[in-house]
Design a protein around this ligand. Structure first.
Ligand code: UAG
Length: 517
C-alpha cells in the first residue's frame, strides 16, 4: 500500500525540484494524498492527479474527470479547477520523477539499481543481470519490455520504461516483496521524457547502438544523446559500455563516470575472445583483469555474446565473484521472443525473434544460418509495424537479402495499408538473390514458410517476439490476439507432425563450429 503523504510535503518536494515558481492553492493542514496518477482513467480516491501535456491530449482537459473519480488534488501548469487543492508548477512532466518517488515512499533509496539502455539487447541483458544478482544471493526485481517481475510475481506494463510514477510504484512493490536490487530497462524515449528521473543508478549499461526511434528523436545524434544521458554523474556511479560500434566507443570516451569497456576490441576491459552458438545455447570465452572465463548460457544466437559479456561486466562492477556470475548466467532461461527456438527433432527449426531494426535483423539471419543443418536454407517471415519509424523499412528489406526465401507479411498496420508497407520493404530487396513472396495474412505467411521448409532449414519469424496483440486500425481497442510462437508451433504440428521421440538434432554445443571474435 502506498503511503499517505502530507500535502505540505508534496509542496516541499515540488519546490526542491522545480526550476521556477511553485504556487500552492487550497488544501488544509490535514490534507494527505496517496499515489501519483497521470491518466484520469486510472485515478483512485485520494490520489494526486498530474495534468501532463502530451502529443495527442492534455491532462488538464481531463482534470474534471480525475476529480470525479476521487482525485484529492491536482498538479498543473495552468489553473483548471480553482476549488480543488492544486500545486501549480512550471512543468508537470518534470515533477513526475521527484513526486512519483515521494508518493511511492522513495523506494529507490533502499535499492541497488542497474539501468540498461541500448538499441537492441536491453531486455536480454536486463534478464541476465537479474540472474547474476540473484545468483549472488539477493532478491532482484526487473522491469522492462516483458513487464515487471520480482520473485515469482509478475505485473504487465504497457511501455518498456513506464512513466515515472508507475516506475516508482513498481520499485515499491519490489522492495515490499523483499528485493534489495532492481534492474530497469531505460529506453531512449523514457530518458528523453523524464520517465527515469529521480533514480540514481549504481551501474548504467549500454548494449549497443543503431538508428531507431527517429520519429521521436529526429536525428541519430539526438537519439544517441538521449541514451548518453543515462551516463551522466547525477544518474549513475559507473558505466558498462559495449564498444563494438563507434557510438559505444564515443560514449565510453566521453562518459564522466568510470566505464568498463566490453567487446572484442583489444582495449576492452571485459574482452570477448571467442564464442560459439547453437540450439543448445551459447558459450563465450571472456578475459578480464582476473583472467580467462568460459561462460555458458542456454540463450541461442550470436547477438547474445555481447549481452552475456555486458552482464558479466556488470556483475564484476557490483562485486559479484566470477563463479557466481557464471552460475547466474548459466541459470537464466531465454526471455520470451528473443531467439525462441521451436521445432527440431526431425522437423525444421523455427526461430521467433523481436528483431525490428536492420542490424538486429542481419544478426538474426546470421544466427538462423548458424542453426541450419548442412545444405539448409533460411526462410524469413518479415513485416514492419505501421505508423512508426517508416524510414527503417528499406533498410529491413536490404538486410533481408541475406535470407534464401523472404515471406513478406503484415506486422500490425495501425491503419496504414499493409500492402504499401510491404512495397516499401520490397524496395530494399530489389534484385536480391532471395526468392520473395508476399502473404499479407501473418498466420498464413508463417504457415506457408513452415510448410515450405525442409528438415535442414530454419524459419525465422521476426518483428514481434514476445508480443501477443496486433493492431490493424488506429483504435487500440481493435487489437486482436496473435502470438507468432503459438502460430509457428501449430504450423509445425500441422505440417511436420509432433516432435519425434528420438531427437537427433545437433543440440550439443560441442557439435558447433567455433568462432573467433
Ligand atoms: C512518445 C511517447 O512516449 N508518448 C507517450 C506519452 O504520450 P503523449 O505525450 O502523447 O500523451 P497523450 O496521449 O497526449 O496524453 C497526455 C496526458 O493525458 C492523459 N490522459 C489522456 C486521455 C484521458 O482520457 N485521460 C488522461 O488523463 C494521459 O495519460 C497523459 O498523461 O504519454 C502516454 C501516457 O503515458 C504514453 O502512453 C505514450 O506512449 C506511447 C503510447 C508510445 O507508444 N510510446 C512508445 C513510442 C515508447 O515510449 N516506447 C519506448 C521505447 C521502447 C523501445 O525500447 O523500443 C518505451 O519505453 O516503451
Amino acid at each position: 500500500m502506498l503511503p499517505a503523504v502530507p500535502w505540505s510535503e508534496v509542496d516541499r518536494r515540488a519546490r526542491a525540484a522545480a526550476g521556477g515558481p511553485v504556487t500552492r492553492t487550497g488544501g488544509d493542514a490535514g490534507l494527505t494524498v496517496r499515489g501519483l496518477v497521470t491518466d484520469s482513467r486510472r485515478v483512485v480516491p485520494g490520489a494526486l492527479f498530474a495534468c501532463v501535456r502530451g502529443a495527442t491530449s492534455d491532462g488538464h482537459r481531463h482534470a474534471a474527470a480525475a476529480v470525479r473519480a476521487g482525485a484529492a488534488a491536482l498538479l498543473v501548469d495552468r489553473p483548471v479547477a480553482p476549488d480543488v487543492p492544486h500545486l501549480r508548477v512550471p512543468s508537470v512532466r518534470a515533477q513526475l520523477g521527484p513526486l512519483g518517488a515521494l508518493l511511492a515512499g522513495d523506494p529507490a533509496r533502499a535499492l541497488r539499481l542497474v539501468g540498461v539502455t541500448g538499441s537492441n539487447g536491453k531486455t536480454t541483458t536486463s534478464t541476465l543481470v537479474r540472474g547474476v544478482l540473484e545468483a549472488a544471493g539477493a532478491r532482484t526485481g526487473v522491469v522492462g519490455t516483458l513487464g515487471a517481475t520480482v520473485g515469482r510475481r509478475s505485473r504487465g506494463t504497457s511501455l518498456t520504461t513506464p512513466e515515472a510514477p508507475e516506475l516508482h510504484e513498481l520499485l515499491r512493490w519490489m522492495l515490499d516483496a523483499g528485493a534489495l536490487q532492481a534492474v530497469v530497462e531505460a529506453s531512449s524515449i523514457a530518458l528523453d521524457m523524464g520517465r527515469i528521473d529521480a533514480l540514481a543508478f549504481d551501474v548504467a549499461v549500454f548494449t549497443g547502438f543503431e538508428e531507431d526511434h527517429l520519429d521521436h528523436h529526429g536525428t541519430v545524434e539526438q537519439y544517441w544523446a538521449s541514451k548518453a544521458r543515462l551516463f551522466e554523474r547525477d544518474r549513475t556511479s559507473a558505466g558498462v559500455v559495449v564498444v563494438d560500434d563507434p557510438w559505444g566507443r564515443r560514449l565510453a570516451d566521453q562518459a564522466p563516470v568510470p566505464v568498463t569497456r566490453v567487446g572484442a576490441a583489444g582495449d576492452a576491459d571485459v574482452r570477448v575472445l571467442g564464442w560459439r552458438t547453437g540450439v543448445g545455447g551459447t558459450e563465450v570465452l571472456l578475459a578480464d583483469d582476473t583472467g580467462g572465463h568460459r561462460v555458458r548460457s542456454p540463450l541461442v544466437g550470436r547477438v547474445h555474446v555481447t549481452n552475456l559479456a555486458a552482464a558479466w561486466a556488470t556483475g564484476r562492477v557490483l562485486g559479484v565473484p566470477a563463479p557466481q556470475i557464471a552460475a547466474g548466467l548459466a541459470a537464466v532461461a531465454p526471455p520470451r521472443g528473443r531467439n525462441t527456438v521451436l521445432g527440431g527433432a526431425g522437423r525444421p527449426l523455427v526461430v521467433v525473434d523481436y528483431a525490428h531494426t536492420p542490424q538486429a535483423l542481419a544478426a538474426a539471419i546470421a544466427t538462423a544460418r548458424d542453426l541450419c543443418r548442412p545444405g539448409g536454407r533460411v526462410h524469413l517471415v518479415l513485416g514492419a509495424r505501421g505508423r512508426r519509424d517508416r524510414y527503417k523499412r528499406q533498410g529491413l528489406g536490404a538486410s533481408a537479402r541475406a535470407a534464401d526465401v523472404v515471406w513478406l507479411t503484415n506486422e500490425g498496420s495501425h491503419g496504414e495499408d499493409p500492402a504499401a508497407i510491404v512495397a516499401e520493404l520490397r524496395v530494399g530487396l530489389l534484385g536480391a538473390p532471395a526468392a520473395v513472396r508476399t502473404v499479407l495474412d501473418r498466420r498464413a505467411a508463417i504457415l506457408a514458410a513452415v510448410r515450405a521448409a525442409g528438415r535442414a532449414d530454419v524459419v525465422l519469424v521476426v518483428g514481434r517476439g514476445h508480443e501477443t496483440r496486433v493492431l490493424d486500425t488506429t483504435d487500440p481497442l481493435d487489437a486482436v490476439h496473435l502470438d507468432d510462437a503459438e502460430v509457428a508451433n501449430l504450423a509445425l504440428i500441422a505440417e511436420h507432425g509432433p516432435p519425434a521421440a528420438a531427437d537427433d538434432d545437433p543440440d550439443d554445443l560441442d557439435a558447433l563450429a567455433d568462432r573467433a571474435s
